[in-house]
Ligand binder design. Sequence first.
Ligand code: NAD
Ligand code: UDP
Length: 312
Amino acid sequence: MQHKRILVTGGAGFIGSHLCEKLLEQGNEVICMDNLFTGRKDNIRHLMAHPYFEFIRHDVLESVYVECDQIYNLACPASPIHYQYDPIKTAKTSVIGALHALGLAKRCHARILQASTSEVYGDPEVHPQPETYRGCVNPHGIRSCYDEGKRMAETLFFDYHRQHGVDIKVIRIFNTYGPRMRPDDGRVVSNFIMQALRGEDITIYGDGKQTRSFCYVDDLVDGMIRMMNSRDGFTGPVNLGNPGEFTMLELAELVLKMTGSKSRLVYMPLPEDDPIQRKPVIELAKRELDWEPKVPLAEGLAATIEYFRKQL
Ligand code: NAD
Ligand code: UDP
C-alpha cells in the first residue's frame, strides 16, 4: 500500500488508538486528533516517539486545517454513560465534528471514512440488520443524542458526496471490544470483566436475554482499513461486526468461567430504549471488502481479560 498522510479524529480512544497503530505499521504518517474526553494519552503513549506519529489535542467542534490524504472520523464518545453525560455536546460532536471533517476533506481532496454505528438501527424490528434497513430510533430518548447525531452525520456525508463530490466511505460498527476499553466506561464487556475480576456482583440489566454481537477490535480495524481503501465509488454504508449473537446472560457466564470468578449475578432495571436484539448482516462487507471477523468471542475475551488484569 502506498504511504499516505492520514488524520484520525478520536485517535486516542479505544478503537482509534488501535487504528493509529495499524496505520503506522503499514508505513503511513498518522495525525491523531483528540480532546481526550474519553480517550487517554496512555492509549497512544507507545506511539508518541514514532517519527511518523503526531498528536494534536483539539476539540472537533473547532475547525482545523491539516494537509492529509485520508481522514478517519471517529471523534465521539461511544459508551452510553459517556455520551449521556453531556448529550448536547455529544450531538454537536457528531454533527459539527462531521461538518468540519467533511469541509477539510473537500478542501484537501482527501478520502473520508465515517465511523457510524449499529445504533442508527435503534431498537430494530428487522433481525438481523442489513444495511437497507432504515431503523427504529426514538428521536427524543436518552440515546437519541448519539443515535440521531450519528444518523445526521451519515446524512451530511452523503450530501457532501452528492453536492461536492467528496470521496466518502461510511461504516456501521457493531459492538466492539478489546484491550484499551476503559474499565469505567459502563459498557457490558468492560463491566462484566471488571466485576468478575474484583469479585463484585455482575450487573445484568433487564432479564439478560437481550442480545448483542461482539467484534474483536483487531477484526474491526482490519475492516475499517479495507473499507477506506475499497474501490472508487463504493460509499457504503457497510456493516462491520461479528454476526455471532449472544445474550447478556451467556456473556456473563462466559466471563465468569474464563476468569474463574465466584461473582453472583444481580438483576437491575433495563435502561430506557435499550435495544432488545442486534446482529449484523455482513454479506456486503464479505463481497466488497473480502472481510469477515476471524477472532472468536472466547479468544478476544481472553486478551481483554488479560488487559484488565494488568490494569488492576
Ligand atoms: P472512545 O470513547 O474510546 O473514542 C472516542 C474518542 O473521541 C475518544 O478518544 C474521545 O476523547 C474523542 N472525542 C470525543 N469527543 C471529541 C471532541 N469533541 N473532539 C475531539 N475528540 C473527541 O470510543 P470508541 O469505542 O473508540 O469509538 C470510536 C468511534 O467508533 C466513535 O465514533 C463511536 O461512535 C464509533 N463506534 C464504536 C462502537 C464500539 O462498540 N466501540 C460501536 C459503534 C460505533
Ligand atoms: N448491560 C448489562 N450490564 C451492564 C452493562 C450493560 O446487562 O453492566 C447490557 C445493556 O443493557 C445492553 C447490553 O448490555 O443491553 C450492551 O450494553 P453496552 O452499553 O455495552 O452497549 P449498547 O447498549 O450501546 O449496545
